[in-house]
Design a protein around this ligand. Structure first.
Ligand code: GDP
Ligand code: GDP
Length: 437
């Protein structure tokens, strides 16, 4: 499981601004895709790419014990208690308030390590702003400006010093032949049923991965001569284990599993279609740049008419990931399993395919000649060459000039052109544009 950091603080101190800065993906384009939803409370911080952690924005800790506010407060407290680190965010402009004092008295009862993050110090005498909170007696005090991205390096450095190192490195198998997959999706879509079916069929060769018996469980198996590692999902939990009562911990687990897998299989319930929660899991897969297969489960429960309706609805709702294969399955009856694993294999091959600069430059030239970028205010972008910039997801670095004039639609054209030419299915593709050289 990834480490968990909780943002705690009263409304308006800048928690969500800080949350956004810490969790934004490097790839701004991904964010603009219509149809992607992001969970505004949970995200993964990858500012240190070697050590990602889950960040939770816990609304308010303070709140009456009654009604919705009370429920939110209780949930926030639970999240903060589970966290490896609490960032107690206060407003450096307004100074300490009665609600801050109230939160502080609660924090004193919790033994989670806590930093005091004094936000909005832009344009302030930072020393004076921090001094105001000295009486809180919190040892680690950091002045930041989330809006102006000041003080974040120090915040990250201190955070990294406190967070546990990933204890589950065993999961990241170096065997290039072994495909790491995670079955993700909201509760009740059929993940456990599917995983148990797969493991049931393969009982003879499935084995627990050593060192992963604590919270996060991984299982190795072979199927049709190929090797797989199933990464922690709800479905992998042994029978009789106490299920997490609270949904949020399954979100943290899901984000961790997505981070550690190579291919995420998102399971949908065919009867219910694509819900907001599904779209938010899809957003997490895209942010992580993972290969993706959509498993449309409970296909057995549909009439022919429903199936037809369902096909149309799905292709509309999943238009933003139209590069991913959707496989109709029934975990209950075991149908569609072969197709599912074929799609997983295709996605993995695409995600890890190696390219040469010669072939990517050739592709760029043909794409350019077939459809040159339009003239923008008398200027036209020049695309010189492209070289591979890494795999999983395949990344292409395009060099040229006036690249800022390239429209989103032209960028999408390039992406689709490369996808087609290299037969890439089931994986996101990234383009980075470099001016000059
Ligand atoms: P939350 O309610 O704690 O999540 O607070 P928000 O992130 O919504 O921020 C509340 C207000 O403070 C917004 O108007 C932000 O633009 C502003 N704000 C957030 N961070 C900063 C900062 O670092 N400096 C300044 N000057 N304003 C900020
Ligand atoms: P999870 O929470 O995602 O692990 O979901 P479960 O595997 O526990 O399944 C939730 C419910 O859906 C159970 O009652 C299953 O029997 C049922 N279910 C799972 N797969 C299928 C399927 O392919 N078809 C039908 N009709 N029901 C299914």
């Amino acid at each position: 499981m990834l480490p968990l950091v909780a943002l705690v603080g009263r409304p308006n101190v800048g928690k969500s601004t800080l949350f956004n800065v810490l969790t934004r993906s490097r790839d701004a384009l991904v964010h603009d895709e219509p149809g992607v939803t992001r969970d505004r409370n949970y995200g993964v911080c990858r500012l240190d790419p070697e050590r990602p952690f889950v960040l939770v924005d816990t609304g308010g800790i303070a709140g009456s014990e009654e009604g919705l506010a009370g429920a939110t407060a209780r949930q926030s407290r639970a999240a903060a208690e589970e966290a490896d680190l609490i960032l107690f965010v206060v407003d450096g402009r307004e100074g300490a308030s009665a609600i801050d004092d109230e939160i502080l008295s609660w924090l004193r009862k919790v033994d989670t390590p806590t930093f005091l993050v004094v936000n909005k110090v832009d344009g302030l005498d930072a020393q004076a702003a921090l001094a105001e909170f000295a009486r809180y007696g919190i040892k680690e005090v950091l002045g930041v400006s989330s809006a102006h991205k000041q003080g974040l390096d120090a915040l990250m450095a201190r955070t990294m010093a406190v967070l546990p190192r990933d204890g589950d490195t065993e999961i990241l198998d170096n065997d290039p032949e072994r495909v790491r997959i995670a079955f993700v999706g909201r509760p009740n879509v059929g993940k456990s049923t599917l995983v148990n079916r797969i493991l049931g069929e393969e009982r003879m060769i499935a084995s627990d991965v050593p060192g992963t018996t604590r919270d996060s469980i991984a299982v190795d198996l072979e199927r049709d001569g190929r090797k797989y590692r199933l990464i922690d999902t709800a479905g992998l939990r042994r029978k009789g284990r106490v299920e997490d009562a609270v949904e949020k911990f399954s979100i943290v687990k899901t984000l961790g599993a997505i981070e550690q897998c190579q291919v995420a299989v998102i399971m949908l319930d065919a009867v219910e279609g694509v819900t907001d929660q599904d779209a938010s899991v899809l957003g997490a897969v895209l942010d992580a740049g993972r290969a993706l297969v959509v498993g449309v489960n409970k296909w057995d429960g549909l009439t022919d008419y429903q199936r037809e309706q369902n096909e149309q609805l799905l292709s509309r709702k999943l238009a933003f990931v139209d590069w991913a294969e959707a496989v109709r399955i029934s975990a209950l009856h075991g149908s569609g399993m072969r197709e599912l694993f074929k799609a997983i294999h295709r996605a993995h091959s695409s995600a890890t395919r190696q390219f040469t600069t010669a072939e990517t430059t050739k592709a760029l030239e043909i794409a350019y000649e077939t459809n040159p970028p339009p003239v923008v205010r008398g200027h036209v972008a020049k695309l010189r060459y492209a070289h591979p910039g890494g795999d999983n997801p395949p990344t292409f670095i395009v060099h040229g000039s006036r690249l800022r004039t390239l429209s989103d639609s032209y960028r999408r054209y390039l992406e689709n052109f490369f996808r087609k030419r290299f037969k890439l299915v089931g994986t996101p593709v990234r383009f980075l544009f470099k001016e000059g050289e």
